[in-house]
Design a protein around this ligand. Structure first.
Ligand code: NAD
Ligand code: UDP
Length: 344
């Protein structure tokens, strides 16, 4: 296990679960997060769940004025590697403000790469997304599937993947993995950390959870005329704690490599569930009504996508093992115990 890890975006939804996983394995963490989409309370809760060596520096990786501080802090930390989760992730916003998405997502990555170079630590796990895939791949989608992201957010992910591959090609001391997440959902089983979206949630699970807790009246199901088993969209939902374990497994893999590498690896379960199946499972887990109505399809949505998860199994000896029931039960525990997120 790599011992000293920089975690960018460590106060966020996925990052907080990654921090708990790494701390519980004895790692020391330097979190770099500007708290643009997260709350400092997340760091307190991480420490409560997994006491250990964690330090937050509140800096913006995309702001040139913060770069020197970041480079110094990383160098002084003497990291073995980094997990890079910081970035903007709202698809609609990326369509409206593409330049901002390219500047922040690519700029933040370059700052981190330079800081790691300066610290002589060339091991990097990057948060990519299944959104890099085009919509014509057959399911399950493997890493060799065609990439053709449908929006600027997805293109920032693909461009960063390519950037990291170029960097690894140019200098064989670099070992990088692009983790292509499918649909992360759920929360830590304690109910202490979880997803805390600002405003109206874009994603299905946080929306369902807010309907279940009566913060929103009704869920719109985007389309019931897809060529799927019940007409609604099918996705590969993966428990965020399984996902967090996948990051630790990726770091372990990089640790063992003696030469440079730049890999793409899916993190998914390999199973797809429809929107109606997800609603039914959440209803059972929460014992609450989830009123919904059928709405038009959402632009840019594919009918069905789920992962071929073989590469992660083969390379990392990792696979997701939490069920849809566990995802719903844990998501509900977080939502019901923290109806207003970390502000509750
Ligand atoms: P999140 O918004 O909860 O976490 C991102 C964190 O990065 C936040 O704490 C935010 O404050 C921080 N951040 C943003 N810009 C920053 C900057 N310039 N400098 C420093 N910190 C900054 O999002 P998440 O859901 O935890 O996602 C983490 C990563 O995983 C993102 O890169 C996202 O694109 C990727 N991803 C997420 C999903 C998903 O469904 N949640 C799916 C695929 C990929
Ligand atoms: N979805 C929905 N209503 C919502 C949000 C999402 O019906 O309020 C559907 C969406 O059309 C897709 C699935 O739920 O079929 C998952 O959507 P999400 O935004 O969570 O993930 P993504 O589309 O990015 O895979």
């Amino acid at each position: 296990m790599t011992k000293r890890i920089v975690v960018t975006g460590g106060a966020g939804y996925i990052g907080s679960h990654v921090c708990v996983e790494l701390l519980s394995r004895g790692a020391a963490l330097l979190v770099i997060d500007n708290l643009a989409n997260s709350h400092p309370e997340a760091i307190n809760r991480i420490s409560e769940l997994a006491p250990g060596d964690i330090r937050l520096i509140e800096r913006d990786l995309a702001n040139p004025a913060h770069k020197d501080d970041i480079v110094s802090a990383v160098r002084e930390f003497h990291p073995d590697g980094a997990i890079h989760l910081a970035g903007l992730k709202a698809v609609g916003e990326s369509v409206a403000e593409p330049a901002m998405y390219y500047r922040i997502n690519l700029g933040a990555t370059l700052t981190l790469v330079e800081a790691l170079e300066a610290a002589n630590a060339r091991s990097l796990v990057f948060s990519s997304s299944a959104t890099v895939y085009g919509d014509e791949n057959a399911n399950p989608v493997s890493e060799t599937g065609r990439t053709a992201p449908a929006n600027p957010y997805g293109r920032t992910k693909l461009f960063i993947e390519e950037m990291l591959k170029d960097i690894a090609r140019a200098d064989s001391r670099w070992r990088t993995v692009n983790l292509r997440y499918f649909n992360p959902v759920g929360a830590h089983p304690s109910g202490r950390i979880g997803e805390d979206p600002n405003g109206i949630p874009n994603n299905l699970f946080p929306f369902i959870a807010q309907v279940a807790v009566c913060k929103r009246k009704t869920l719109s199901v985007f389309g019931d005329d897809y060529p799927t088993r019940d007409g609604t969209g099918v996705r590969d939902y993966i428990h965020v704690c399984d996902l967090a374990r996948g990051h630790a497994a990726a770091l372990d893999y990089l640790d063992k490599q003696t030469t440079g590498c730049a890999l793409d690896v899916n993190l998914g379960t390999g199973t797809g569930y429809s929107v109606l199946e997800a609603i039914a499972a959440f209803k059972r887990a929460s014992n609450r009504d989830i009123p919904f109505s059928i709405a038009p399809r959402r632009e840019g949505d594919v009918a069905e996508i789920y992962a071929d998860a073989d590469r992660a199994k083969k390379l990392f000896d990792w696979r997701a093992d939490k069920s849809l029931e566990a995802m719903c039960a844990d998501h509900w525990r977080w939502q019901s115990q923290n109806p207003d997120g970390y502000k509750s």
